[in-house]
Design a protein around this ligand. Structure first.
Ligand code: ATR
Length: 270
């Protein structure tokens, strides 16, 4: 019988994860079934228990359940503990292992697919919510010169600076205070693209050769990437590569084999 995996969220109908994991399974010859599971907003833990009872081996967790998954896990990887959010669950006997592959997915996309080295670069991370927190440690592990966190609500950026300063040179900033500063890598980890908006970024922040990265993806270029293009950012990228890379990290955790991601990204770009 095939091993069962899935992605759990609310809403979930438009998730690309079943297609991505079906492609990974085909490529690697792994015998798995991967489905999308809609959990009622107030019944996440019950939905996970039901999936496990039915023989489920692991789950990807998406909006809005990543914090609940963090609480449900009985063992955490270091990166999940720091992120305080879990996007991957692995069921091993009585243990529920919680991992967070989002940051590793982002770093792999930037480094391996876009061939952009983070080491020695000035990085600007916009946003101080769960999405930003989830990618901080893997970004810092790449040893940027500095990592500036900008947020409308400054206190949240300051809290992240305090929580992560042991891992690198982390600085909190308001958006107006970015005026006159430049960065080689600017990442949008805010929820602004969801509302077709962009963060209040001053002009002139893109250093020569800069990469502008939006963690969201969609049919159209998000407002932040339109702005970056107008501002002369050298490279633009949306979050589709990150989506595929975080999926590959999860697949690897579950199955012990790494699928080929460039092919899958190409397939999804259609
Ligand atoms: P997520 O888990 O997606 O990070 P979240 O924890 O609700 O969601 O955090 C949303 C983030 O997007 C916050 O950093 C928020 O900024 P504030 O803390 O100042 O509210 C940011 N955000 C949302 N809409 C934004 C916009 N239009 N411009 C700038 N930042 C925005």
């Amino acid at each position: 019988m095939s091993d069962r995996y899935g992605v759990i969220g609310n809403p979930i109908a438009h998730s690309k994860s079943p297609m991505i994991h079906a492609e990974f399974a085909r490529q690697t010859g792994q015998d798995i079934i991967y489905t999308a599971i809609l959990a009622p907003l107030d019944r996440f833990a019950e939905a996970v228990t039901e999936f496990r009872a039915g023989g489920g081996r692991g789950l990807n967790v998406t909006v809005p359940f990543k914090q609940e998954a963090f609480k449900l896990a009985t063992r955490l990887t270091e990166r999940a503990a720091l992120a305080q959010a879990v996007n991957t669950l692995k069921f091993e006997g009585g243990t529920i292992l919680g991992d967070n592959t989002d940051g590793a997915g982002l770093v792999r996309d930037i480094r391996d697919n876009l061939h952009f080295s983070i080491e020695g670069k000035r990085v600007l991370l916009m946003g101080a919510g769960g999405a930003a927190r989830g990618v901080l440690m893997p970004l810092l592990a790449q040893r940027p010169t500095s990592l500036t966190i900008a947020n409308r609500t400054l206190e949240k950026a300051v809290a992240l600076q305090e929580a992560f300063s042991a891992y690198g040179n982390v600085v909190a900033s308001s958006y107006p205070d970015l005026q006159g500063r430049q960065f080689e890598l600017v990442i949008n980890a805010t929820a602004s693209s969801l509302h077709d908006e962009m963060p209040p970024l001053p002009e002139g922040v893109f250093a020569p050769g800069a990469l502008a990265y939006d963690m969201m993806y969609g049919k159209d270029l998000p407002p932040f990437l339109c702005f970056a293009e107008q501002q002369g950012a050298a490279y633009l990228a949306d979050g589709l590569g990150m989506l595929v890379e975080q999926a590959a990290e999860s697949f690897c955790l579950w199955r012990g084999v790494r699928p080929s991601t460039p092919e899958t990204i190409f397939l999804l770009r259609g």
